[in-house]
Design a protein around this ligand. Structure first.
Ligand code: GDP
Ligand code: MG
Length: 274
């Protein structure tokens, strides 16, 4: 796991796609997030707006890691042009699926985009943003998004592009997941840490906080292991909630069978047309 700070991979360009229904707040979230750094300079590419922001992360055992997030602001009409899915989602290091937390009609595009993302790549980190959290939420949206998030290993965040609440945390956690995944992939199979995590999860359901205490691993390293173990079917997410800070609280248990996620059957999602 030890990687030197001058490892060239300690600087990454990571394409991140923001997808979801029309009017959920994708453009507003990007504006809110990049405003300070880039003054809203958008480039038009293939009907998609692209904007960048660099995230500096302190990565335990590695040092400072720079992730150049290239945020792709998709527009709803991708649903009318299936040939664009691959262009938009291809090569994405992560997908941010945005839902309007007040509007259950935005659940269908959420599901369709999650399925498309999984078809393009079974292991890309997905994050669900329940945006417009400054307004009263729809219970249906909360219940379904959390359930889908649990099934698809996609943590849910409450965000508000209007107030800025939780926007930076959501994107920085994503950058951390991208970095952690890259380091985590260097561990093949069940190393002692993986075995330790599974044995803790076998005795009872555990949260990230529990594992932090039990393993004493740095958060990023632990998250990389947890995602890898979930991806391989060795750990299962039993519940996903949103904590008081709007960030996800995930409970894990030991998986029943070691089924690699690459072979998980993909359920074709309903194609929503606006
Ligand atoms: P997009 O189609 O997903 O890019 O959505 P936009 O960013 O264009 O936002 C659609 C509408 O929702 C606009 O009127 C925004 O001002 C509004 N909006 C976006 N984010 C929020 C939010 O967090 N809270 C509230 N109250 N309104 C928002
Ligand atoms: Mg937009």
């Amino acid at each position: 796991m030890a990687v030197s700070a001058d490892d060239p991979t300690a600087q990454w360009k990571a394409k991140v796609c923001l997808v979801g229904g029309t009017g959920v707040g994708k453009t507003s979230l990007i504006r809110r997030y990049v405003q300070d750094a880039f003054d809203d300079q958008y480039l038009i590419t293939l009907g998609t707006k692209v904007v960048k922001r660099v995230v500096e992360l302190e990565f335990p055992q590695v040092g400072s890691v720079r992730v150049d997030l290239t945020l792709w602001d998709t527009m709803g009409e991708e649903f009318l042009r299936p040939t664009l899915f691959d262009t938009v989602l291809g090569g994405a290091k992560a997908v941010v699926v945005v839902v309007d937390v007040t509007d259950p009609r935005t659940l269908a595009p959420m599901n369709a985009w999650i399925d498309l993302s999984r078809q393009v790549s079974a292991e890309t980190p997905i994050q669900i943003l329940l945006n417009k959290s400054d307004l009263p939420p729809s219970k249906d949206v909360l219940v379904e998004a959390l359930e889908v998030g649990r099934q698809k290993n996609a943590p849910c965040y409450m965000t508000s592009a209007k107030t800025g609440n939780n926007v930076v945390s959501a994107f920085e956690d994503l950058a951390r997941r991208i970095a952690a995944k890259t380091y985590g992939e260097r561990d093949d199979g069940l190393d002692p840490v993986g075995k330790q995590i599974i044995s803790h999860a076998a005795s009872r359901e555990r949260t990230l906080q529990d594992f932090l205490i039990l393993t004493r691993l740095p958060t990023t390293i632990l998250q990389a292991h947890l995602e890898m173990l979930v991806g391989r079917g060795r750990l299962r997410i039993v519940s996903l909630d949103i904590g008081p800070d709007g960030c996800p609280v995930i409970k894990y248990t030991a998986g029943t069978a070691p089924t690699p996620s690459a072979t998980t059957p993909l359920t074709p999602g309903p194609m929503q047309r606006p």
